[in-house]
Design a protein. Structure first.
Length: 208
């Protein structure tokens, strides 16, 4: 039993050492540059003293200065938001890295009147198991409480596997439009509008 345990420990140490060596050899350094295929350039190799080689030994082998994980992010927005109505916005993410990845998404309102812009992020804060070259979207819902609401919603997308890879996209709120009818208001928006009206009325009465 003891002999078996010793052999098992030695095997684990040996495997870990090999894994470490593989990880180190994949990274480019001045003393140990790595050479990646560039099939777009007649199949020639280029050597780099920083960064990392990705998809090694495949026809998709490429070099990146930071990570083998990468993605593109874009926003599909209606541009005009109706007061009191939840408007879905698409945050489209395309995995153009070498491997399957997952992403976390956070939202931050940047406005002179941030209380007039609400972001419903339910179901729109993470995307999991996105394959290479796959495009998926998260759909936060934006509600404005006044036609005067304007500003940006900063969308920060971060790779779960390699958090160093993070990108920011912007949802622009240029103008607001009045609802066509009262039923278009959701109940939360109505309560908030009543609350804002009450605060304004209180301040007017107090400082007369």
């Amino acid at each position: 039993m003891k002999k078996t345990m010793v052999l098992l420990i030695l095997f684990i140490v040996f495997s870990s050492t090999l894994l470490s060596l593989n990880i180190v050899s994949a990274a480019c350094t001045p003393s140990n540059p790595c050479c990646c295929q560039t099939y777009a350039d007649s199949g020639q190799k280029r050597c780099y003293d920083s960064g990392i080689c990705c998809d090694i030994s495949t026809t998709n082998e490429f070099w990146n200065e930071i990570s083998c994980y990468n993605f593109l992010v874009s926003i599909s927005s209606p541009g005009i938001f109706r007061v009191g109505q939840k408007t879905p916005v698409s945050v489209v993410i395309t995995n153009n890295g070498a491997y399957t990845d997952s992403y976390t998404i956070t939202y931050q309102v940047s406005s002179l009147n941030p209380s007039l812009i609400l972001v419903d992020t339910i179901g729109a804060t993470s995307l999991n198991g996105i394959a290479k070259l796959e495009s998926v979207s998260a759909q936060p819902k934006v509600t404005i409480l006044s036609t005067l609401a304007s500003g940006n919603i900063l969308v920060n997308v971060t790779s779960v596997v390699d958090p160093r890879v993070s990108k920011i996209a912007t949802i622009q709120i240029i103008e607001g439009d009045l609802p066509l009818s009262l039923p278009e208001f959701n109940s939360l928006a109505i309560l908030l509008l009543l609350g804002i009206a009450g605060v304004v009325y209180y301040k007017k009465v107090k400082f007369k």
